[in-house]
Design a protein around this ligand. Structure first.
Ligand code: KG4
Ligand code: ZN
Length: 350
């Protein structure tokens, strides 16, 4: 499909259904690839966390059912909050991956039908680029930039020379960092999602000044590359808990969180030292962690020239505003190329 490329600004409807949030957002976008700018007109989100809690994680068939049920409701709510009519949408951006395929398809089909109904193009959007783009509200990112992506499904370091010229430097060899939070939380008898729960206990431990006598590993910090591994750390917690059934949970949570933070900082600093970028962008649900945010903000002391971009709290975990913004960046790459057919893809590369 080709598309009118002359516009002053456009209204983009973002749709996100890759995991356990059904989210739709209407964003006003303008500007070229060097200086895109965005305003959120209105958004709505329906979280399925309470439903999946029972299973200790996201159950794909259930996620699909809930997305199908929630999409029309969230759509009406988002349009109403944005104060626009369906006919005013200029473009639709939808997450096509990575994510749970049954969940992704609900958003893709919804986007496809909507696109047909209002005769507007649908831009396939990468969820992880969405997490990078989540810092873009009211901000311009000077390039080159290093992006650290830390979510429930991914842990990656990416080098960006521009919004469209990207190269993955390294990634996790096993568990994603958010997944490690969730699994360790389960070992400690805490509900899903585990990140916020562990964070709460760790904060309590710091306030009470309790710490674990044993130091957990800082995995792969000396590996000489930009890869990560969190499954050994998770197993170390498991063995520790087996050997010490009476262990103080808050102390375990604190040491686990410290280990994750130190590991992420070490690898990120290695990338900063090697590539000397102008900016550091951090995206993904795990950056909602307050101690982690503070540790990364502090990097400024050692790298005073570095621009550090961390999304606002409500844009850290999955949302549709970031998808609308990433969709616009994708559109700017080549305004004449809009695919006719969309496919869901569980493991979409950056
Ligand atoms: O980006 P996201 O919402 O979904 C994915 O794309 O995966 O990230 C969800 C992950 C979960 O693993 C959750 O436990 C983690 O982000 N998370 C946190 C915190 N809040 C969410 N991890 C650590 N501390 C938090 N405060
Ligand atoms: Zn995500």
């Amino acid at each position: 499909m080709t598309f009118a490329i002359f516009y002053e600004y456009m209204y983009i409807l973002g749709i996100e259904t890759s995991c356990d949030e059904t989210a739709i957002s209407v964003v006003r976008a303008e500007g070229e690839i060097g200086a895109p700018s965005f305003d959120v007109l209105g958004s709505a989100i329906q979280s399925q966390i309470d439903i999946h809690k029972e299973y200790g994680g996201v159950f794909p068939a259930l996620a699909k059912r809930e997305h199908l049920k929630n999409l029309p409701i969230v759509y009406d709510e988002a349009l109403q909050r944005a104060g626009i009519k369906e006919s005013e949408i200029d473009m639709i951006a939808v997450t096509v991956g990575p994510g749970l395929e049954p969940a992704l398809w609900t958003g893709i089909n919804f986007a496809g039908e909507l696109g047909k109904r209002c005769g507007k193009p649908v831009i396939p959007t990468n969820h992880m680029i969405g997490h990078i783009a989540s810092v873009l509200l009211n901000k311009q990112v000077p390039f080159p930039a290093i992006a650290l992506l830390i979510s429930g499904g991914h842990t990656e370091l990416v080098l960006l020379n521009s919004w469209t010229d990207r190269r993955k430097l390294g990634e996790t060899q096993d568990d994603a960092v958010g997944e490690a939070f969730d699994k360790v939380a389960r070992m400690l008898g805490l509900p899903y999602p585990g990140g916020p729960e562990i964070s709460k206990l760790a904060r309590e431990a710091r306030a009470k000044d309790v710490s674990l006598e044993k130091k957990l590993p800082r995995p792969m910090t000396n590996s000489g590359d930009f890869n990560f591994s969190f499954s050994g750390l998770k197993t170390a917690v498991l063995y520790y808990l087996k050997a010490n059934p009476e262990a103080d949970k808050v102390a375990v949570a604190r040491e686990f969180e410290d280990s994750v933070i130190e590991t992420l900082l070490t690898k990120t600093k290695k990338a900063l030292n090697e590539y000397r970028p102008q900016s550091l962008v951090i995206g993904g649900g795990v950056i909602a962690n307050t101690t982690l945010r503070e540790s990364f903000v502090k990097l400024k002391e050692s790298y005073p020239e570095l621009n550090i971009f961390i999304p606002e709290k409500d844009l850290t975990t999955d949302n549709a505003t970031m998808i609308a913004m990433a969709g616009y960046l994708e559109f700017l790459k080549d305004k004449t190329k809009i695919p006719d057919k969309l496919e869901a893809c569980g493991y979409l590369e950056i």
